[in-house]
Design a protein around this ligand. Structure first.
Ligand code: TYM
Length: 330
């Protein structure tokens, strides 16, 4: 059975981008694949979280994922820092990762621009840690959104480089996976290209209906189409992209036709979109608090996940050590 790995940084709550970009694919896959899902708390150290926030942030994400329907008896759910084997593989990949290629990574350049006073080595080697996360379980498929494409490309590169260096066919090159034919990018509501936690343009799964309605009604639009069948400008395309993922197909087609014949009223479209987002997220939101309140249950699930993940990780690591030449001396 093929292995699937996916991860998320525990910085804030889950938003629609996370849900439609990664979680939904994972939900479908948990029945048919050996699925491992982890909370990338080491990755979030690049921005120096406060000690008192570390466990709480992971618990938040854990509760939200469970509320989405990830089943800890089907999939393995764990917290990255509970699986120290990942770090050893990270070290090996770092020994074969070059400064030039790491510096050229778009996310590194972006982050370095955003936090110029804290351009740390962890930020630089983010792609090698991500490669270790995936390859420690020898995963074949990784459900991720479009924004992770370059990191995925790097993971494939480190898999290939390891194989070539040691003349083995040990690691598979992991593929990005998405439910639709192309990678998903959920746009922000502020006219920007992407919904993202650091951009303050998100709808969160935990948002109540009134908050969702307010956010959607404030979404940026324009003066409306003047010519039939014209191309949609980015801000409008963003609304349609959201509608395409959250609304029934005929709703999308109804408003698309209204756009094409220039009779669209953005207020009506936003109202509909808000209701469809509420309908999609409400059942999840109702469950989040119940999961959050039961910290014993969260701890039990995390422990069960860590045990399974460590077993899978140490199997890979034993072989990697052997290939590299670290054979038992005693
Ligand atoms: P993170 O925490 O930024 O996001 C988690 C997942 O949500 C997806 N995503 C989106 N998809 C579509 N549209 C959006 N607007 C949007 N915003 C976020 C991301 O693509 C991602 O799938 N580096 C990763 C975490 C990570 C990881 C891994 C993922 C660390 N190691 C190994 C997979 C495998 C990240 O920062 O995701």
């Amino acid at each position: 059975m093929e292995t699937v790995v996916s991860g998320i940084r525990p910085t804030g709550n889950l938003h629609l981008g996370n849900y439609y970009g990664a979680v939904k694919s994972f939900l479908q896959m948990q029945n048919d694949y050996n699925c491992l899902f982890f909370i990338a708390d080491w990755h979030s150290m690049t921005t120096r979280p406060k000690p008192e926030d570390i466990v709480r942030s992971s618990n938040t994400i854990l509760a939200e994922y469970l509320a989405c329907g990830i089943d800890p008896h089907k999939a393995t759910i764990y917290v990255q820092s509970d699986v120290p084997e990942v770090l050893e593989l990270y070290l090996y990949f770092n020994m074969n990762a070059y400064l030039g290629e790491l510096e050229r990574t778009t996310t590194f350049k972006e982050k370095a621009r955003k936090q110029p006073d804290n351009v740390n080595a962890g930020l630089l080697t983010y792609p090698t840690l991500m490669a270790a996360d995936i390859l420690i379980h020898r995963a074949a498929k990784v459900p991720v959104g479009k924004d992770q494409e370059q990191n995925m490309e790097m993971a494939r590169r480190y898999a290939r480089r390891f194989n070539t260096m040691y003349g083995v066919e040990f690691f598979k090159e992991p593929e990005s996976f998405s439910l639709s034919a192309k990678a998903v990018k959920i746009p922000g509501l502020d006219g920007s290209g992407k919904m993202g936690k650091s951009d303050g343009n998100c709808i969160y799964l935990i948002d109540d209906p009134a908050t969702i309605r307010k956010k959607v009604m404030k979404a940026v639009t324009d003066a409306g189409p003047t010519e039939p069948d014209s191309e949609k400008p980015e801000v409008i395309q963003n609304l349609f992209t959201l509608m395409e993922v959250v609304s029934p197909r005929d709703t999308y087609e109804y408003f698309d036709a209204k756009w094409r014949d220039c009779s669209i009223r953005y207020g009506d479209m936003k109202k509909q979109l808000a209701e469809d987002i509420v309908a999609a997220t409400e059942p999840i939101r109702e469950k989040i608090n119940a999961y959050l309140a039961d910290t014993d249950n969260l701890a039990r699930i995390a422990r069960m996940g860590a045990e399974k993940a460590r077993e899978s990780a140490s199997k890979t690591l034993d072989e990697v050590r052997h290939i590299i030449g670290f054979k038992p001396r005693f």
